[in-house]
Design a protein around this ligand. Structure first.
Ligand code: MG
Length: 406
């Protein structure tokens, strides 16, 4: 099997409502670039990357000289061809490599008639548990805002009722820490027996991180995720707190993982199939974590069905997956894969069983949402449409006003 062509198509898929986070917001849609890698036997492998537009499409097309006639089975060679660690000092292609790796796994699986997870060690579970991933949000078309503790609890209750979540993750860093603490406590009170996690995207000061961590020590926390920025900041907090710390920001490659093993800063590493450069590096990293007794979870940086499939196959094969995975997926109104959105049942999504990634693109949906992208364009992820002129600092000292509906 040899690669003969690559196509990249940017799409925008609407969200229920604009989602707020510490750096800004998702402005009511996700912009993603879908990748189709075609082989000489007519098979097409699928990949996906966050962001998009002409530059992303051109970046994938520009890889054709590296990919032409490459055998998709040769995944280690692919890594060095595209993202050799020293050559990549000049061209950071990790996220591009990830999307191509997904497509190659999809091609290999289709060629052999086996699911991607069976190429990665075989499935340890048939379904992957997910957390509710709660955001403060602006009102959307037909969807309420989420700003107050009551609104947050009502939103979580609706999601739990619909999808069966028993783990709740609050994305914070939007409002002052004391206010978000009140929101977190409201969740704990509303859902006794469920588990909780809080992620302010590293914007708390050391003092606030310490205060927040101490205030939640008695609750049913999975972990406190990136309360402050940096391995050293986390390490200091970890010495002071009796809450496990997790990160998806400062352990996203093997060098950082080595640092975290030698001088532990985070107890749990959130593996992201894009940040790490593919599904296989995540499986390797999980092996290191297993050896050193670090916890492992699956990170979400916003996904459509193709990326979600990579997260499901990853979740399927990790013996040490100790936590529910994150996904923004339930915030989406639609998807671009055949059959529509994958369904949650009892807070879990079934691992696709078809060959390769087990999902196929719905051409009509891709056309519809590619047109929607052309109409609406991208958005400034690190700006908040409700706070003109504002930009984020780390640590932040200019939080949004929770009394303002926005
Ligand atoms: Mg995070």
């Amino acid at each position: 099997m040899k690669i003969v062509d690559i196509r990249a198509t940017t799409v925008a898929v609407p969200l229920e409502a604009p989602l707020r986070h510490s750096n800004g917001a998702h402005w009511g849609r996700f912009v993603r670039t879908l990748v189709e890698v075609e082989a000489d036997n007519g098979l097409v492998g699928l990949g996906e990357m966050g962001g998009g537009g002409e530059s992303a499409e051109a970046a994938f097309r520009a890889l054709m000289p590296y990919l032409k006639d490459h055998d998709p089975f040769q995944l280690e060679a692919l890594r060095f061809k595209i993202a050799n660690p020293t050559a990549s000092l000049y061209n950071n292609r990790t996220q591009l490599l990830a999307a191509i790796e997904f497509a190659c796994l999809d091609l290999i699986g289709q060629h052999l008639g086996v699911a991607a997870c069976d190429l990665l060690g075989g499935r340890m579970r048939d379904e992957v548990p997910f957390a509710s991933y709660l955001f403060f949000r602006y009102a959307g078309d037909g969807f309420d805002e989420v700003r107050t503790p009551d609104q947050l609890v009502a939103h979580a209750r609706a999601l739990k009722g619909e999808h069966g979540f028993t783990v709740h993750k609050l994305k914070g860093g939007v409002f002052p820490p004391d206010y978000e603490l009140e929101c977190y406590r409201a969740l704990a009170e509303a859902f006794p027996g469920d588990r909780l996690r809080y992620d302010p995207n590293a914007v708390l000061s050391m003092a606030e991180g310490l205060r927040f961590g101490r205030a939640i020590e008695h609750l049913d926390n999975d972990y406190l995720e990136d309360p402050v920025f940096g391995l050293e900041g986390l390490r200091y907090l970890r010495e002071q707190l009796r809450v496990p710390l997790a990160t998806n920001t400062v352990v996203v490659n093997f060098e950082q993982l080595a640092s975290n093993v030698l001088r532990r800063s985070a107890d749990v590493v959130l593996l992201d199939t894009t940040f790490w450069g593919g599904v296989r590096p995540c499986v390797k990293a999980a092996g290191v974590c297993e050896t050193f007794q670090l916890g492992v979870a699956v990170h979400s940086s916003g996904e459509l069905g193709v990326q979600l499939a990579t997260m499901l196959h990853l979740g399927a094969v990790l013996p040490n997956l100790g936590y529910a995975a994150d996904a923004h997926y339930h915030q989406l109104l639609d998807d671009v894969i055949e059959g529509g959105k994958l369904e949650y049942r009892d807070g879990r999504i079934a691992v696709p069983s078809g060959p390769g990634l087990g999902v196929r693109l719905d051409a009509a949906k891709v056309a519809e949402y590619s047109e929607f992208y052309r109409e609406k364009g991208g958005y400034l992820y690190d700006r908040d449409p409700g706070r003109p002129g504002w930009y984020a600092q780390v640590p932040n000292e200019r939080f949004a006003d929770p009394s303002h509906p926005g």
